[in-house]
Design a binder for this molecule. Structure first.
Ligand code: GAP
Length: 448
């Protein structure tokens, strides 16, 4: 089959995501809230599947990594200790002409050398530091004493709980604590769809190690995290590592590597792997007055553990998967089809089930098959319209397998399974469908 592929543009992706129920603009009927997005029926399945895959990979497959779900609101001293109140800032510039506000690094990126307004070419002010944390108040009195922040990273919930978790789970170093949850940043740059938003989800794992063994574990996690993206089907040719230079390092990091992806708007960070040293636990010891050291009960050594952090954006991974999976294919017969090549493990729907026609007992058989397949897979039953159109609809939302019941099914209890990527079809017995699909998922490879 001759196929010609094109890379999706951001505009096309936004429109497809809306049309097929992946992502909607937040509060759309009121004109939308910039930088906030809602996940529709397909989007929430995709996001949950990526989340569950990460959770399995990062907790279930390790004896020494456990989970946590900490509150979004934390004691305000946490953010003083972590350095976020003082240092979690972006340099912002204002245009003296059109009054718009930009991040200085983005202006330089867009305009290369000149420091002028990207919108109107006007003169810009000197940069001012702007803290990215959202502030709100807890309790009925809105005074300085009631300020709390919406967490800008999930990590701190892990650090302040590390002794609770270690003691209750009887863990010994090295061990990890994993968490998935919302984080909030008052981001000024609001373009590029769900890439950078004010409210987003992180999947973070903090690995507590002995000082001196940190480099070894850093290398280990750097590789494991690359593997994760490969396993969820991201093409490796679109991924690369990027080491942070001294001017890029976050205030807590000694060494940091990003895994970057080549989005339609260029190479950008997908995940950060950081050696945070003993910075966070030392600062929390100082600010809380509590002893956060670790005692090795064999060697009797006492030390503050070093932390290797793997910090991924769940919502950003959704964008990565969507941009990576989409293709517009020109087929041999001159037709085009739009297809999402999601890895079957994360596809919103795994199996579509159709009767060839809406009569002669075929819908009843198809419904019965779909009911059985539901136990193992996310399924979708569709009997409306021509069969070719039904396949195309499933291609566009990335359903890897479609089962069709036809007249032959009535005679010999066999159905066809049609494969999304190759569009090939095979015939199998009804009782073999689930086993065959499980085999296909386990051995899936995207062919390019
Ligand atoms: N705890 C470390 C930390 O938060 P980060 O590099 O600032 O590190 C980690 O963020 C990941 O979180 C990023 O690689 C990205 O995937 C995601 N992320 C950060 N800010 C985001 C935003 N405004 N919108 C969407 N995802 C974001």
């Amino acid at each position: 089959m001759a196929r010609q592929m094109t890379q999706i543009t951001m505009e096309e992706l936004v429109s497809l995501c809306k049309r097929r129920g992946f992502v909607f603009q937040s509060s759309e009927i009121y004109g939308g809230l910039s930088s906030a997005w809602d996940y529709g029926p397909m989007g929430v399945e995709l996001k949950n599947n990526i989340r569950d895959f990460w959770w399995r990979e990062m907790t279930q497959y390790y004896d020494n990594i456990v989970g946590l779900d900490a509150a979004i609101l934390m004691h305000p001293r946490v953010w003083e200790a972590s350095g976020h109140v003082e240092s979690f800032t972006d340099p912002l510039v204002d245009c003296k002409g059109c009054k718009q506000r930009f991040r200085e690094d983005n202006v330089l990126e867009e305009n290369r050398v000149s420091r002028t307004c990207p919108e109107c070419g006007g003169e810009l002010t000197e940069p001012r530091q702007f803290n990215l944390m959202f502030k709100t108040h807890i309790g009925p009195v809105e005074d300085a004493g009631s300020i709390v922040y919406l967490r800008p990273e999930t990590a701190q919930g892990i650090y302040v709980n590390y002794k609770n978790v270690m003691q209750t789970s009887r863990l010994k170093i090295p061990f990890g604590i994993a968490q998935i949850g919302k984080a909030f940043r008052n981001e000024i740059t609001t373009k590029n769809f769900i890439f950078r938003t004010c409210e987003f989800e992180q999947m973070e794992m903090q690995y507590f190690v002995k000082p001196g063994e940190d480099q070894k574990w850093f290398e280990y996690w750097k590789e494991q995290r690359w593997e994760f993206y490969r396993k969820i089907g991201i093409r490796e040719k679109k991924m690369r590592y990027h080491q942070h230079g001294p001017d890029e390092l976050a205030h807590y990091a000694k060494v940091a590597f990003d895994i970057q992806y080549e989005f339609p708007f260029g190479w950008k960070e997908l995940e950060g792997i950081h050696n945070r040293t003993d910075y966070d636990l030392r600062r929390h010891t100082e600010y809380s007055g509590k002893d956060l050291s670790y005692l090795d009960d064999v060697t009797r050594e006492r030390y503050i553990p070093y932390i290797i952090e793997t910090s991924a954006g769940l919502t950003r991974t959704v964008l990565t998967v969507l941009s990576d999976a989409w293709e517009e294919e020109k087929l041999e017969d001159g037709e085009t089809r739009s297809v999402m090549h999601f890895h079957p493990e994360i596809a919103p729907i795994t199996v579509g089930v159709f009767p060839l026609v809406k009569k002669d007992g075929l819908p009843e058989i198809a419904k019965e098959i779909e009911q059985k397949l539901r136990v193992d897979f996310t399924t979708f039953y569709d009997q409306s319209g021509a069969i070719g159109r039904r396949y195309r609809r499933q291609d566009e939302i990335g359903t890897p397998y479609c089962v069709t019941v036809d007249y032959q099914t009535r005679e010999d209890r066999t159905v066809t399974i049609r494969f999304r990527d190759s569009m090939d079809q095979i015939r199998v017995r009804i009782e073999d469908i689930a086993t065959r699909i499980k085999q296909e998922i386990a051995t899936y490879r995207r062919v390019e």
